[in-house]
Design a protein around this ligand. Structure first.
Ligand code: FES
Length: 101
């Protein structure tokens, strides 16, 4: 069974069964590409939302390796109060390109 991406701020841990993965344990080829693209694109501003953004981007690219803008808009619903959305989108595209090569 695949992993579900959920927001920990609105999910009581008592309702979870199975394994929980947090940003500290997100790894693998896709996650490393995303993290590298985040650094290369200097994506974070305050950083508050970034763990969720990185986890959502990793989940998106695992399902859609070549996401369109619409796919990104649909898959990336986390709020960023700093408005880093253009950099997030660029980083997802960069990660997708790196994974394709
Ligand atoms: Fe500040 Fe997203 S970087 S809330």
């Amino acid at each position: 069974m695949g992993a579900a991406v959920v927001r920990s701020c609105v999910l009581p841990v008592s309702s979870v069964s199975g394994e929980i993965t947090t940003i500290e344990a997100v790894n693998g080829r896709v996650a490393e590409a995303v993290k590298g693209a985040w650094i290369a694109g200097d994506v974070p501003q305050c950083g508050y939302c970034q763990p969720g953004q990185i986890m959502a981007a990793t989940a998106l690219l695992r399902v859609k390796p070549k996401p369109t803008d619409a796919d990104i808009d649909e898959g990336m619903t986390n709020i960023c109060r700093c408005g880093t959305y253009p950099r997030i989108r660029a980083a997802i595209r960069r990660a997708a390109e790196e994974l394709e090569s």
